[in-house]
Write a protein that binds this ligand. Sequence first.
Ligand code: ZN
Ligand code: ZN
Length: 330
Amino acid sequence: MRAVVLEQPGQPTRVEDLALDGPGPGEVLVRIAASGVCHSDLHVRDAEWERPGPIVLGHEGAGFVEAVGPGVASPRVGDLVALSWYYPCLRCANCQAGRQWLCSDTRALEHRLPDGGTRLSRADGSAVMSYLAIGTFAERTVVAADAAIPMPAGVAPEVAALIGCAVTTGVGAVLKTAQVDAGASVAVIGLGGVGLSVVMGAVLAGAGRIVAVDRVAEKLERARDLGATDLVLATDPEPTLAAIRAATNGGFGARASFEAFPFVDGSRRILGSNYGFAVAATDFPRYAELHLAGRLPVDRLIDARIGLDDVEDAFDRMRRGEGLRRVIVL
Ligand SMILES: [Zn+2]
Ligand SMILES: [Zn+2]
């Protein structure tokens, strides 16, 4: 089973042959069909976010269920599933209250399945972790059944993959977190996969002005295609560029400032949005149905289809701010 392995953060990834055990209780084996390359993978690759190595990267994937472990009622063998990078425990107070994006007991952030294990190993028997417990830069993966959400008929695997991260994060931020009203103004700073999904979500919400900001003209054009009404190329003055870089690429530790009086006087709010307030089991199929109805053109986020061997090149392009979503197709 071929997979893209990061031995240590800061080093180049390598494609390796790994062993993959079958699914245990409550787990499913998925043959990956498509996986988007997301900026979070690059943060890990470049040691901006510390993660244990060795680890199979990738967290925006979709594929077909090949086997299910004991006790799994859904999904079923043969289903196309989009993978959630934050499988819920379904038992903690936040899960019980329907806020699965705040689940406190998931082991996804430890890159472990619910029983604490990983099903990946090298020929010498040493364990390999799986990023966010789905590790989608691979031909196959074993995930928690609650991380594998069946897609409606007719959805392409590459669209399902993007629903697994960028679309749910961006569209959910508009519809669920901010609850943008029809006619409202929306500014989007940074037009990667998530930012362009915010633009699509703002169109869905009926926003009046959609102001798209990026330092790459090509991305502004794509934002216009998707429905942005105003485009701002953030090249000048220098302090503005520095601020936008800090806000979009700074990762953890980035800070922003604002003027207090207009904030209070305008009754404004600052909202954080983890994973677009995702409840994957209901949101993933909803976004897929919107796509099938022609109202969420997810496929227009994709500018290239690549192989497992092309991930480092995709990271290089991402560092330079080039292009849109690159999707590994298997
Ligand atoms: Zn992502
Ligand atoms: Zn929970």
